[in-house]
Design a binder for this molecule. Structure first.
Ligand code: TYD
Length: 223
């Protein structure tokens, strides 16, 4: 299984994911971090899940708008992820890019697993299938080297989302759903603490940005 740090030595690129409940404010920092890496001379691939390829974007539209059972939803998320990994993430990492991905597998555990109550063992099995890639030895999974987890109380996130654009299927879920999703993220962090940086998202934007930079610097990836 994944051992933190393993993948860094095998692939020239750097893989960072951004996670958190809807309304936590992660997305606005993706482009800012991309610009910072570019100023330091790195090539950056900015992408998102579900999505990031034409096929995966179609699967995103279905998953975010159609009602379906939790297994169907999980399979769509992982199908999109497989296409995205093979078409975009793996080639970018092989080139030496910094890959900044707005959500990755932790979202599936948090939303489909903890939020919708779907079997975590099945999700772990799908994770093993989907994140086994040619560039890595057998039983080593492609995982982000760093996951920036924007942690915000679901009550505050709900206030931020209220009045924003028309909510999608997940954004329109009740507060109780997001309490479970938030607990899912906390559980994922406990299971792999060295991969996660918890960003306290209930602060002014500038301070959140400072925390993002500090987390990336702590990994030795920014000067
Ligand atoms: P999000 O990343 O918040 O994009 P936007 O800011 O454009 O709405 O939206 C993606 C939604 O998909 C979000 O509600 C979480 C959900 N999601 C899952 O349920 N499972 C997953 O595996 C992923 C990647 C996302």
């Amino acid at each position: 299984m994944h051992a933190p740090g393993d993948t860094a030595s095998m692939t020239p690129g750097l893989f960072i994911s951004f996670e958190g409940i809807d309304g936590a404010g992660k997305s606005s920092h993706v482009e800012t971090l991309a610009a910072l890496f570019r100023r330091q001379g790195r090539a950056v691939t900015v992408t998102r899940e579900p999505g990031g390829t034409p096929l995966a974007e179609q699967l995103r539209t279905l998953a975010l708008n159609e009602l379906m059972d939790a297994l169907t939803e999980a399979l769509l998320m992982f199908a999109a992820r497989r296409d995205h990994l093979l078409q975009v993430i793996e080639p970018a990492l092989a080139r030496g890019d910094v890959v900044l991905c707005d959500r990755f597998t932790d979202a599936t555990f948090a939303y489909q697993g903890w939020g919708r109550g779907f079997d975590l063992e099945v999700l772990a099995a799908l994770e093993r299938w989907v994140q086994s890639v040619a560039a890595l030895p057998p039983r080593t999974l492609r995982q982000p080297q760093l996951t920036l987890w924007f942690d915000l109380a679901p009550e505050i996130a709900a206030e931020r989302l209220a009045g924003a654009r028309l909510p999608d299927k997940f954004e329109s879920q009740p507060l109780q759903f997001f309490r479970k999703v938030a607990a899912g993220y906390a559980a994922r962090q406990s299971a792999d603490p060295s991969r996660f940086a918890r960003i306290v998202a209930d602060q002014p934007r500038e301070e959140v940005w400072e925390a993002v930079c500090a987390a990336v610097r702590a990994g030795g990836w920014l000067s």
